[in-house]
Write a protein that binds this ligand. Structure first.
Ligand code: SF4
Length: 213
């Protein structure tokens, strides 16, 4: 997280998820505003201990203005239930708040234009753990990381714990990813129960990764 100036701290104190959603609904800061049906700012409580960040809204999300309402969303709900969590307890959003046409990847300048909203949401919620879904959301925090190398391993990014997993849509396309995501969710549960400290594991050199950033 960034260190806020006094002026920024006053602005932050007056900020709210509702205000961010209102600004997003009027936003024309990147070309995605021209093709959206609805903006999709994100859903969930400001007190959430987990913030889940995906890539971008898809067709169903664009139609309904809510994140993860399609098949991938239903799988995400199942995965949350597998660690005794409900969707209502987590905040879910995307790196961009408007749907890229034909579900293409967001462009770098679109993500950059939208980052201010994501940063404000993170500052307000101050989650214990940010869970990134897929390589694109991961790249917003660790541009050079390869998801196959870091998934399921807690990362310290600017003093924020980031826990990358594969995108649920990958599990819908290939069954092998479902098992991997399920296993990573159990690791996430262990991480949450340890209050964000994964602890050393002498048998797993990858577990040292948290201290590398
Ligand atoms: S994607 Fe983000 S920056 Fe682009 S128009 Fe939508 S809210 Fe604005």
């Amino acid at each position: 997280m960034t260190t806020a100036t006094p002026r920024a701290m006053i602005a932050l104190a007056m900020d709210s998820l509702t205000e961010i959603a209102r600004q997003v609904s009027n936003c024309t800061d990147c070309p995605l505003n021209k093709t959206r049906t609805n903006t999709v700012p994100g859903d969930g409580p400001e007190t959430a201990s987990i913030m889940i960040i995906g890539e971008a809204p898809g067709y169903n999300e664009d139609q309904q203005g809510r994140p993860f309402v399609g098949a991938a969303g239903r799988l995400l709900d199942q995965l949350l239930r597998s660690i005794d969590m409900k969707r209502e307890e987590v905040f879910i959003t995307n790196t961009v708040k408007c749907r890229p046409i034909n579900n293409r990847d967001p462009l770098l300048d679109e993500t950059a234009a939208c980052k201010k909203y994501l940063d404000r949401q993170i500052n307000l919620i101050s989650p214990q753990v940010i869970v990134t879904l897929g390589r694109y959301a991961l790249s917003a925090f660790m541009p050079n990381a390869k998801i196959s190398n870091v998934r399921g391993i807690a990362q310290n990014v600017n003093n924020q714990i980031v826990f990358p997993i594969y995108h649920p849509a990958a599990a819908l396309r290939q069954n092998k990813f479902r098992q991997i995501i399920s296993e990573d969710m159990q690791k996430l549960s262990t991480l949450l129960n340890s209050k964000g400290d994964p602890g050393p594991d002498d048998n797993d050199p990858k577990s040292q990764q948290l201290s590398m950033f």
